[in-house]
Design a protein around this ligand. Structure first.
Ligand SMILES: Nc1ncnc2c1ncn2[C@@H]1O[C@H](COP(=O)(O)OP(=O)(O)OP(=O)(O)O)[C@@H](O)[C@H]1O
Length: 254
């Protein structure tokens, strides 16, 4: 079970004067599914990289189960689905999966391939698969590791609609089964509402937290539930998806 605490003051890259992220404070309890939504370039990927321990310098802190993770990997089973699949080209699909989940049996790997719609593709090399298929291998790889902390960076973006919908259902089912703590970056607000317990909205660059919004809808959530909830929230905060929290009565929240 993994708790996450974000207490960021500022993030800049060493090779640049630009501030990428601003103030983000949030406590994420174990097992919560959190979506991170914000305009392009607001530092969402940077934030995931920091949580994964891939960034060394930052003002403020990030901790996983009270252990700081800046510049060091969290001490838990971590799954990270990157924007790009990042498969090892010299290994077959099966061996790519086995490398990151050596404790899984061949049968478990085959069943996971089947669940992501890649039955019989285990002996192929990544270059012989389409971009969407490679993405599905990277999703299978993350799920096979049975992560306690799962970071997803726009995982369904390049997939056709039925595949994306199937994989969203699978993600939700796996999350309900294993209850990892999830941080899910998406530009698709409907997807965020459909899946998340809570949505963190970031401002335009540099990304600061402008709204921390619980999604109190029972599961499974229908398209109608999602549409109604979205309309209500955007009615309240019309500039939200552009990274502005100005309430509809024009009183400034931040
Ligand atoms: N290694 C790096 N060195 C310097 N600047 C970087 C580096 N990586 C990202 N940036 C800059 O940090 C800013 C935020 O990038 P990031 O990819 O984190 O944003 P994002 O919100 O995930 O964007 P998108 O939604 O378009 O994927 C951008 O201006 C980007 O150019």
């Amino acid at each position: 079970m993994v708790r996450l605490e974000l207490a960021l003051a500022e993030k800049r890259y060493a090779n640049s004067q630009q501030t990428v992220l601003g103030t983000i404070r949030a406590q994420i309890p174990a097992g919560q599914f959190v979506a991170l939504v914000g305009p392009s370039g607001t530092g969402k990927t940077t934030l995931l990289n920091m949580i994964a321990g891939l960034e060394a310098s930052v003002a403020g802190s990030i901790s996983v189960n009270d252990q700081p993770v800046i510049g060091r990997q969290p001490d838990c089973r971590l799954g990270y689905i990157f924007q790009q699949p990042r498969l090892l080209p010299w290994l077959t699909v099966f061996n790519n999966l086995q490398l990151t989940a050596p404790e899984r049996s061949a049968g478990e790997i085959e069943r996971m391939l089947e669940r992501v719609g890649l039955h019989g593709k285990g002996e192929q090399y990544p270059r012989t698969l389409s971009g969407g298929m490679q993405k599905r291998v990277s999703i299978a790889r993350a799920f096979l590791a049975q992560p306690e902390l799962l970071l997803l960076d726009e995982p369904f973006v390049s997939l056709d609609l039925p595949t994306a919908e199937h994989l969203r259902g699978m993600l939700e089912a796996l999350w309900l089964e294993h209850q990892p703590t999830v941080l899910f970056v998406t530009h698709d607000f409907d997807e965020a509402i459909r899946l998340a317990d809570r949505v963190l909205f970031l401002s335009a660059a540099p990304g600061s937290l402008i709204l921390d919004q619980p999604v109190e809808l029972p599961r499974p959530r229908s398209d109608l539930d999602v549409a109604e909830w979205k309309t209500r929230l955007l009615g309240e905060y019309p500039g939200l998806l552009a990274g502005k929290v100005v309430a509809s009565d024009s009183s400034l929240w931040e």
